[in-house]
Design a protein around this ligand. Structure first.
Ligand SMILES: O=P(O)(O)OP(=O)(O)OP(=O)(O)OC[C@H]1O[C@@H](n2cnc3c(O)ncnc32)[C@H](O)[C@@H]1O
Ligand SMILES: [Mg+2]
Length: 180
């Protein structure tokens, strides 16, 4: 595992959701980076319903956060669902990192089937966050363990899942710095 061999860089995170913010900060803790989190629009629907829409949401967040916070780099993370060929739903998650020169690095994360009782609600137009809160009988599950936590009995948390994406983004960024 390599590190960034340069002076301190600033990184914007395009959300205030702690599950995402902590995923970025904790994963990149040892790097010469400082972070700022900013609330930005995803530019897609509240409940993205395809890989492409989820990926675009992550890209839009990254671009908007870079402009808003005027940082060297920015990261956008977005959660959604995608439909399989047989009509069932999968949780899907995307991340995009951008720099000031307009370069972008992207990665998708874990995909896991959505149980039918949850997908029934999604297909009726309900948001995943709302369904998961009702199921758990508490608010804000999307800021903690998330749906992926509920579907795996917390063997994988939302933060951990996004952390994997952040590693993939940052690793690709480092490869490009090395090849310069
Ligand atoms: O504040 P932001 O960054 O928007 O955080 P969010 O939890 O709303 O996250 P997304 O916008 O990326 O997620 C899109 C939708 O999918 C829901 N969602 C996605 N993944 C989820 C998860 O693991 N647990 C609960 N809800 C999730 C979420 O509530 C939104 O309705
Ligand atoms: Mg959201």
């Amino acid at each position: 595992m390599s590190s960034l061999n340069t002076t301190q860089l600033t990184v914007a995170i395009g959300t205030k959701n702690p599950a995402k913010v902590h995923a970025v900060k904790e994963t990149l803790l040892s790097e010469p980076l400082s972070f700022v989190s900013v609330e930005v629009p995803s530019g897609v629907s509240c409940q993205p319903f395809s890989e492409d829409e989820t990926r675009l949401g992550a890209l839009n967040r990254a671009k908007a956060a870079l402009v808003e916070a005027e940082t060297d780099l920015a990261i956008g993370l977005e959660g959604g669902v995608s439909e399989t060929e047989t009509g069932s739903l999968m949780l899907c998650n995307w991340g995009v990192m951008v720099d000031k020169k307009g370069k972008a690095w992207e990665a998708s994360g874990l995909k896991i089937p959505v149980p039918t009782d949850v997908s029934d609600g999604l297909l009726k137009g309900q948001e995943l966050g709302t369904i998961m809160n009702e199921r758990a009988n508490e608010e804000g599950t999307n800021t903690r363990e998330g749906a992926v936590g509920a579907f795996t009995l917390n063997w994988i948390s939302r933060k951990e899942m996004f952390s994997h994406i952040v590693k993939a983004l940052y690793g690709q960024y480092l490869v490009e710095q090395q090849n310069k």
